[in-house]
Ligand binder design. Structure first.
Ligand code: OAD
Length: 249
């Protein structure tokens, strides 16, 4: 790993000289914390059907089933802690002058690790909103066996996450594309880079002339186009990158 950092001049220069930095994360960053990913062997979408659990239609058809599945995921997430990858990203926020963290994850582990500004493209599982009027309710109660009702309109609570077929929060989407288009260095970490619009961000970064680094134990659809891929777990690679920057600046 350190050989790669020392031997590849473009990579070294990007890490040490560039100041406008964007990090995009996916489920893989939380894998070492014990949060299941989606599309890998044993991942959530291998065991469960997203059409029955992660669409507005599914909720209309069977709110209790959807609620229970999300309460289970919330319980799972409430039991885990950030890993060294999350902490390294929180440190990167302090190392670079202009830094944006964009995540597809809903688990809140970046904030738990100390990241101050997080663009959550797919919402946050630890919040609810009313299915009917959209009013947001911070905090969750793992003991709620069925979806509570909105104090405003009486509609059912649902998790405040983006389901398939739904629009992403427009302010978050706008900020994500703005920072990507003006960055010099872009990291794509722990994502299969298959789900748009998040998957468009590394491509957008490449088109804008940024140096793009990927971190993933497996090659992905963008591996052949990025400037450098670190093939390995982010919890091991990221702390080494941070140490390298701190030691060589
Ligand atoms: P995926 O499950 O599609 O991809 C996870 C990626 O993480 C894979 O490429 C793995 O190889 C990689 N990975 C596994 N362990 C890792 C580790 N220790 N370090 C680094 N990478 C590792 O998850 P996403 O790309 O995040 O959307 O999926 C995107 C969206 O699809 C999710 O946000 C979710 C899902 O449907 C919604 O729920 C709206």
């Amino acid at each position: 790993m350190l050989d790669e950092l020392n031997q590849k001049e473009g990579l070294r220069r990007a890490l040490l000289n560039f100041r406008r930095v964007v990090v995009l994360t996916g489920a893989g960053i939380s894998a070492e914390s014990g949060v299941p990913t989606f599309r890998e062997k044993g991942g959530l979408w291998g065991k469960y059907n997203p059409e029955e659990l992660a669409t507005a239609r599914a909720f209309q058809k069977n709110p209790q089933l959807v609620w229970e599945w999300y309460q289970w995921r919330r319980w799972l997430i409430s039991e885990v802690k950030p890993n060294p990858g999350h902490y390294a990203i929180a440190e990167m926020e302090r190392l670079f002058d202009d830094f944006s963290l964009i995540t597809q994850n809903v688990d809140g582990l970046h904030r738990a690790a100390g990241s101050m500004i997080v663009l959550e493209m797919h919402g946050n599982i630890m919040r609810n909103k009313c299915f009917d009027c959209g009013k947001v309710f911070d905090g969750i109660n793992l003991k709620d066996k069925e979806p509570p009702r909105c104090d405003g309109c009486g509609g059912l609570y649902r998790p405040d996450v983006v389901w398939f077929g739904e629009m992403l929060p427009s302010d978050v989407l706008y900020a994500a594309f703005q920072s990507t288009q003006s960055c010099e260095l872009f990291f794509s970490i722990g994502t299969s880079a298959l789900v748009h619009p998040a998957a468009s961000l590394p491509i957008e970064a490449m088109h804008s002339g940024a140096y793009v680094i990927e971190i993933n134990p497996q090659p992905t659809v963008i591996s052949h186009s990025v400037d450098h891929t670190f093939l390995g777990p982010s919890g091991e690679i990221l702390p080494q990158i941070v140490d390298f920057i701190k030691a060589n600046r």
